[in-house]
Design a protein around this ligand. Structure first.
Ligand SMILES: [Zn+2]
Length: 295
């Protein structure tokens, strides 16, 4: 799935945030004009060249980006995705609840607020942060001032404000991941938890899918972390509690429409899809969840 930006391509080369620019990265896949490359030193996979950060932020602030990503195009695709995200986030929260009681949680990259809905149901006091003007307006309709516009590196939360920080399907979008981790750590209480779910290029699904892996989502996904590389990034100030396979829920209607490439169902097919949407299944999508404690 490729979202071509509707702007002039403003490209830059990137280097491994942990090892620097030498030796030069090796090519994994060419997605002209983007390339997925590997750091020959630590194995981190990343996009280079990539869009500049200002160009990608323009893309994210565009309402059209979310029309296909979140809201669905006409019809009731929105109804297909919302309950699935809430179930997916509830499942990820259950992983965290093995280690701590519900407390104050910040969702970085909160989108329309599906995580906040799941977290409130489980007893958390939930807050959200997102760089998109458009999606912040959508999320504020439901959550008001609990939603902030911006990025964690410059957000004005007080230090040690949260028991839990989550970044679900967000960390792969982050341009300066080490600075991001420091900023996330700053707002966490000592002993608080960070939970990240992000695509893992060393997963079985990624290996089987090769260049067609669903998570090579360009130009948005700029870093592809694996268990060894995320361990390396979380060496200082963190204790890793677990790294596990992750996935997401999808309704049978959603999978049926994808399988038969149905975009605008009507009549019997629409009725069938609405029926199938009552059921959903969980499947591994080649992502991993990392839970780490601030020490
Ligand atoms: Zn490296």
């Amino acid at each position: 799935m490729t979202n071509q930006p509707r702007i002039n391509l403003d490209l830059e080369t990137a280097s491994c945030p942990m090892c620097g620019s030498a030796p030069a990265p090796t090519l994994r896949y060419d997605f002209d004009p983007y390339r997925v490359v590997d750091c020959p030193n630590c194995g981190l996979t990343f996009l280079s060249p990539r869009l500049t950060e200002s160009a990608i932020l323009k893309l994210y602030s565009d309402q059209e980006y979310y029309v296909s990503e979140v809201a669905g195009q006409g019809y009731d695709e929105y109804l297909e995705v919302r309950p699935n995200w809430i179930k997916t986030f509830s499942r990820r929260l259950d992983q965290v609840l093995k280690y701590q009681k519900p407390g104050k949680v910040l969702d970085i990259g909160c989108g329309p607020g599906f995580f906040l809905e799941a977290a409130q149901t489980k007893g958390f006091d939930a807050y959200g942060l997102d760089p998109s003007d458009y999606i912040v307006k959508v999320a504020r309709e439901k959550f008001g001032e609990k939603i902030q516009h911006g990025v964690i590196e410059t957000a004005d939360y007080s230090a040690e404000a949260f028991d839990l920080v989550v970044a679900f399907d967000t960390f792969e979008h982050i341009y300066r991941p080490l600075e991001w981790l420091n900023a996330a750590r700053r707002v966490l209480k000592t002993g608080g938890l960070l939970a990240i779910t992000t695509p893992d290029p060393s997963s079985a699904l990624a290996k089987v899918s090769g260049k067609k892996w669903v998570s090579f989502k360009l130009p948005e996904h700029v870093f592809y972390w694996s268990p060894p590389t995320i361990r390396r990034a979380l060496t200082d100030g963190w204790e890793i509690l677990e790294i596990n396979r992750a996935g997401q829920y999808a309704t049978l209607g959603f999978l049926f429409r994808r399988l038969f490439r149905i975009s605008a169902p009507s009549g019997f097919v629409k009725a069938l899809i609405n029926f199938l949407n009552k059921f959903s299944i969980y499947s591994d999508n080649g992502s991993m969840t990392v839970i780490a404690r601030k020490v």
